[in-house]
Design a protein around this ligand. Structure first.
Ligand SMILES: C[S@@+](CC[C@H](N)C(=O)[O-])C[C@H]1O[C@@H](n2cnc3c(N)ncnc32)[C@H](O)[C@@H]1O
Length: 249
């Protein structure tokens, strides 16, 4: 099949192609990998699950940096843009990564050395179930990135539909304390974190109030125990029936 032109694709990720062209996406991750702690991951020989992969920047880079198995999970129905970008890059890089349609609420039975969950949690009405699933899918490490504010109290911050960037898929932002508490219940400890909105000096940082609507962070966890939080299964949610008829955009 002849390649689609890159200008005909709705891109989310900017990514440099083999001939030096750059896909015209919204986010330039290559220059900001440190904000995802992605540049610090040891990928050689590892298996990796990329939850909510979109155009697949992290999947393809992980493969190119030595990951032996990459599963890219997403569902284009969750967002705009379709699958053309991912498919284009998969052909372009002659990738062996596997794309699978799926949700963080129903992950494959397989477990992976590393699980990436970048930019996904704040799109979910049930971030607790999603985080527990992510931890359970990981043999060794999980890295979350998203709207996470720096506060040791384990809190969620509820957003009204379209309150943030006019986007009706934003639900909760969460505190670093929340992410750490769920991690501890799942047998994981924090090994690294990167706050995006840190002030330059220690004094300014100590005076700065967390901004739950805008602060972003990446948090990297390592498994220290095999553990499942002992909540009752019946307490976890399903979507309200009235929302199932159609998407609002
Ligand atoms: C803001 S984008 C982040 C894309 C990419 N991970 C990144 O960081 O650049 C959110 C992604 O999460 C995906 N997503 C939304 N709900 C999801 C769900 N329930 N399960 C898995 N992925 C989901 C969307 O399809 C989209 O690709």
């Amino acid at each position: 099949m002849p390649d689609q032109k890159i200008e005909d694709i709705q891109w989310f990720h900017q990514l440099t192609l083999k001939d030096g062209r750059v896909t015209p996406g919204q986010v330039d991750i290559a220059r900001h990998e440190h904000l995802y702690l992605f540049d610090r991951l040891e990928l050689k020989g590892k298996s990796l699950l990329d939850i909510g992969c979109w155009d697949g920047y992290f999947s393809f880079m992980a493969e190119q940096r030595g990951a032996r198995r990459v599963l890219s999970l997403d569902d284009p129905d969750f967002r705009w843009g379709g699958l053309d970008g991912y498919n284009f890059l998969h052909r372009h890089f002659e990738s062996q990564a596997e794309w699978r349609k799926g949700s963080i609420y129903d992950l494959p039975d397989e477990r992976f050395d590393i699980v990436l969950c970048y930019g996904v949690l704040y799109h979910l009405a049930d971030p607790l179930a999603a985080m527990i699933n992510s931890f359970q899918a990981a043999l060794d490490e999980v890295v979350f990135e998203g709207l996470i504010y720096d506060d040791p109290q384990p809190t969620l911050f509820l957003l009204a539909p379209r309150e943030l960037d006019g986007d009706p898929t934003n639900f909760y932002t969460m505190s670093t304390g929340y992410v750490e508490k769920v991690a501890a219940m799942c047998g994981f400890e924090l090994v690294d974190r990167q706050m995006r909105h840190y002030a330059a000096t220690a004094l300014r940082r100590s005076l700065r109030k967390p901004q739950p609507r805008t602060d972003r962070a990446a948090m990297r966890f390592r498994r220290v125990a095999e553990q499942t939080p002992a909540y009752e299964a019946s307490c976890f949610s399903v979507a309200p029936k009235g929302l199932l008829k159609g998407r609002s955009r």
